[in-house]
Design a protein around this ligand. Structure first.
Ligand code: A2P
Length: 341
C-alpha cells in the first residue's frame, strides 16, 4: 500500500455511525481522510472528529470516487444498493447490515474468531448481527477445547440496537409514564418502557423472528462448523446500551466451570467477571462504553451431561457493530488487503 486509505463512514449520523467516528479517532486509525456520508436529510450537517468537525456528504452513486474503504451502517436497503457500486469502484466495503452476511462470496467476520476469512474477500465484507458477535467471541475458545454440539441462547437486547429513534422512544416513554401521560409507540409495536418484547425484527413462517434466525445461521458460518446446533429467543428490553445473553452450551467433551473460566480469561476480547460471593457478574451498565465482551455466572447445567450455563454482556453499539467493523478495517490494513493505488 503506497498511502493511507481514504475512509467513508456511510450512515455517519446514526447511532453506530457516530460511534464509528469516535472509535476511528480513539484508535487513531491511519486514514488519510475520513468522509462522513448520510442521506440528503443530513447533507451539510457537521460531526465532531478528533477535536475538529467533518461535513456530512449526501450518499449518491458517485460518492465512492477516490474512496478506498467504506464502512456502512445505514440499513440493509442502502447496503444492498450502494455496496456493489462502491466495490465496483475498487473500494473495500465493511458492511454492518444484514444485506450480505449470508452471501457465500462474502466473508462474515469477527476478528477474534475467523480473521483469516478476510483474505478471500472480493470487495464486500460483512460484520455479523450484534447478538451473534458477542456470542461467538465466547463460543469459539470453548469450541476449540470441547467441541460445541448445541447452544440455547436467550437475549435481552438494548433499544440502541434499533437505532437512534428507538433510544429517543424509550426516553420519551419513561418521561411520559412518570408524568401520567399516554405513550404512543412508533418504533416498536408496543410500549417498550417497563416492558419486554419477545419480538425483534419480522416473524418468519417457522415461528422464529429474523433476528433469531440471524443468530442461528451466522454462528454456523462464522464458526465454520455445520454440526453446531443453535436455537434462540431474542427479547427487546428497556435498556439503552448493552445486550445481555443467557447461553446454555453443550459440548462433546466436558468442560468444568473452572476450566471455562480459565479458557475465557485467556480469550481475546473477553473479560471474565464471575464471583457470585462478591456479587460480581456483568450487566449492561458494566459493558456500556467498553470494548470487551464480559462473561459471568458460569456454572454447570445440572440437568444434562457436558453443558454449561453462562451470562454474556457486551456494548451492542461498540463490539456489536462499530468496533467490530473498525477491527476488521485494522486487520485489512495490517494484511495489506485494501487496494490503495
Ligand atoms: P440520516 O441521519 O440522514 O437519516 P440509525 O440506525 O441510528 O437510525 O441511523 C441510520 C443511519 O443511516 C443515519 O446516518 C441515516 O442518515 C443513514 N441513512 C438512512 N437511510 C439512508 C439512505 N437512503 N442513504 C444514506 N444514508 C441513509
Amino acid at each position: 500500500m503506497s498511502r493511507n486509505p481514504v475512509v467513508a463512514v456511510v450512515g455517519a449520523t446514526g447511532a453506530v455511525g457516530r460511534e464509528m467516528l469516535k472509535i476511528l479517532a480513539e484508535r487513531d486509525f491511519p486514514a488519510r481522510e475520513v468522509i462522513p456520508m448520510a442521506s440528503a436529510r443530513s447533507a451539510g450537517s457537521r460531526l465532531e472528529f478528533k477535536g475538529g468537525e467533518l461535513t456530512v456528504q449526501e450518499l449518491t452513486e458517485d460518492s465512492f470516487r477516490g474512496i478506498d474503504l467504506a464502512i456502512f451502517s445505514a440499513g440493509g436497503a442502502t447496503s444492498e444498493k450502494f455496496a456493489p457500486i462502491a466495490a465496483g469502484r475498487g473500494c473495500v466495503v465493511v458492511d454492518n447490515s444484514s444485506a450480505w452476511r449470508m452471501d457465500p462470496q462474502v466473508p462474515l467476520v469477527v476478528p477474534e474468531v475467523n480473521p483469516s476469512d478476510l483474505e478471500r474477500h472480493q470487495g464486500i465484507i460483512a460484520t455479523p448481527n450484534c447478538s451473534t458477535i458477542q456470542m461467538v467471541v465466547v463460543l469459539k475458545p470453548l469450541h476449540d477445547v470441547g467441541t460445541i454440539r448445541r447452544v440455547v441462547a436467550s437475549t435481552y437486547q438494548a433499544v440502541s440496537g434499533s437505532g437512534q429513534e428507538a433510544v429517543r422512544e424509550l426516553e420519551t416513554q419513561v418521561k411520559q409514564l412518570f408524568s401520567m401521560q399516554e405513550v404512543h409507540p412508533e418504533v416498536y409495536p408496543y410500549q417498550i418502557a417497563f416492558n419486554c418484547l419477545p419480538h425483534i425484527d419480522a416473524f418468519l413462517d417457522n415461528g422464529y423472528t429474523k433476528e433469531e434466525m440471524k443468530m442461528v445461521n451466522e454462528t454456523v458460518k462464522i464458526m465454520g462448523d455445520e454440526n453446531i446446533k443453535v436455537t434462540v429467543t431474542t427479547v427487546r428490553v428497556p435498556v439503552f446500551f448493552g445486550h445481555s445473553e443467557s447461553l446454555n452450551i453443550q459440548t462433546a467433551s466436558r468442560i468444568t466451570p473452572q476450566e471455562a473460566r480459565a479458557i475465557l480469561s485467556q480469550a481475546p476480547g473477553v473479560q471474565v467477571l464471575d464471583n457470585p460471593s462478591e456479587k460480581l457478574y456483568p450487566m449492561p451498565i458494566t459493558a456500556a462504553g467498553r470494548d470487551e465482551t464480559f462473561v459471568g455466572r458460569i456454572r454447570e447445567d445440572e440437568s444434562t451431561e457436558n453443558a454449561l450455563n453462562m451470562w454474556v454482556v457486551a456494548d451492542n453499539i461498540r463490539k456489536g457493530a462499530a468496533l467490530n467493523a473498525v477491527q476488521i478495517a485494522e486487520f485489512l490494513m495490517i494484511k495489506d488487503l485494501i487496494r490503495v493505488p
